[in-house]
Design a protein around this ligand. Structure first.
Ligand code: CP3
Length: 351
């Protein structure tokens, strides 16, 4: 099927007229128009009010001209219908209560019904698809099972992930059960997002970076492979994001995701060389590079574009979310640099 959106074409490894670009956390506190909405409502209210979620999803599309919109929501919202209270302290991290500590807690967790319990997410998706033109793709997302498990077990963000690893090493069967429960919940949630209209799915496995390659293979990889295999039936591209794409790249190449989103700790050219010309990739500017002086930023971005676009199947993005203090004019400049980068015709064959 020929796709009209250059983002969706790149996800499939097809040639494009220019490199598609979107940015993780493109709707967020670095945007004055986002801060204005947040002066009126809390973050959770924003996520749960479809008209407002739609408004902030569209803000970066309008200001930056990015090639994809990512639904405004949060990975932790899937945990509320499991009976977990989620809160965000102002300018602080998330808090979850109660936490998961053992077998009984895992067995008591229900699988959420997305249509019934996360209807506000699906409604925002339907409204967005009715508003966005065919050029701008809509990305849905979920936390990946491991990253969701860390929040459930730690009760928030963590430095050493001691509780998560404690459960993993002391009760491996319970840990696998929790992973299977989360994988099932994520599958149903993402299927519902596709039915509502998202055109690509990104799985955020931010905290996989804290695992050794061996533990990743043992505790995460099989669950992710099964999940990604089940998601194939949805017939939309899947994007796998994680930190740790330099240490875990071998395993991540075996996940079965259409696109691998890379963090900035590996050169994009080196990653593409390792993964081969057929593996579409997304990334991988260090979000802090947006604090460089304009000329340095343009040079860094141009070098990345040259290396990344050696083969079709390249989507420009950051290696993690934009920092809230990022100067907005630098973000505008970044997107403009990508949008005007010439893709040599010889680098793609017609798709
Ligand atoms: O623009 C987008 O990228 C879409 C919206 C989005 C948010 N969070 C909005 C958000 C997405 C895709 C996420 C994913 C998410 N949420 C992840 C995975 C990606 C990553 O960043 O590693 C994680 C780990 C979370 C959990 C989470 N949500 C944390 C740890 C925090 C607090 C840290 C912070 O940045 O404040 C949040 C809050 C959050 N999620 C904000 C936004 C815009 C800030 C809330 C505010 O407006 O005050």
């Amino acid at each position: 099927m020929v796709q009209s959106s250059r983002f969706l074409r790149a996800c499939q490894g097809l040639p494009v007229d220019r490199i598609p670009v979107w940015l993780m956390r493109q709707a967020g506190r670095y945007l004055p128009e986002y801060r204005k909405v947040r002066e009126q409502v809390s973050f959770l209210t924003l996520c749960k009010t479809p008209s407002l979620a739609v408004e902030v999803t569209l803000q970066p599309v309008q200001r930056l001209g990015v090639d994809a919109a990512i639904l405004f929501s949060d990975i932790l919202l899937l945990l509320e219908p499991m009976g977990i209270e989620v809160s965000f302290e102002e300018n602080g991290g998330p808090r979850l209560d109660p936490t998961i500590a053992g077998k009984g807690d895992v067995e008591a967790l229900p699988v959420p019904d997305p249509e019934d319990q996360l209807g506000f997410v699906l409604e925002a998706i339907r409204q967005l698809r009715a508003t966005l033109g065919g050029e701008t793709a809509l990305i849905g997302f979920s936390g990946a099972p491991f990253t969701l498990a860390t929040y459930l077990i730690e009760g928030g963000s963590s430095r050493d992930f001691a509780k998560t690893k404690g459960l993993m090493y002391q009760e491996p069967r319970t840990f696998h059960r929790l992973m299977a429960h989360l994988a099932r919940s994520v599958l149903l949630y993402l299927e519902a997002q596709v039915r509502a209209g998202v055109q690509a799915l990104q799985l955020f496995d931010t905290w996989a970076v804290v695992l050794s390659p061996q533990d990743y293979r043992e505790y995460v990889l099989p669950h992710m492979q099964e999940l990604l295999e089940s998601l194939r039936a949805c017939q939309v591209p899947t994007i796998h994001f994680s930190l740790g794409t330099s240490t875990l790249l071998d395993s991540m190449a075996k996940l079965g995701a259409q696109v691998l989103s890379l963090d900035w700790k590996i050169d994009i050219g080196e990653a593409r060389e390792k993964l081969g010309s057929k593996q579409p990739v997304q990334g991988n500017l260090d979000p802090m590079a947006l604090f460089k002086p304009a000329e340095d930023l343009c040079r860094t971005v141009s070098r990345m574009l040259e290396q990344g676009s050696r083969w079709p199947g390249y989507i420009f993005n950051l290696g993690h979310g934009i920092h809230p203090k990022t100067p907005v004019e630098n973000v505008v400049r970044l997107v403009e640099t990508v949008r005007t980068f010439p893709v040599p015709a010889a680098k793609g064959t017609d798709g």
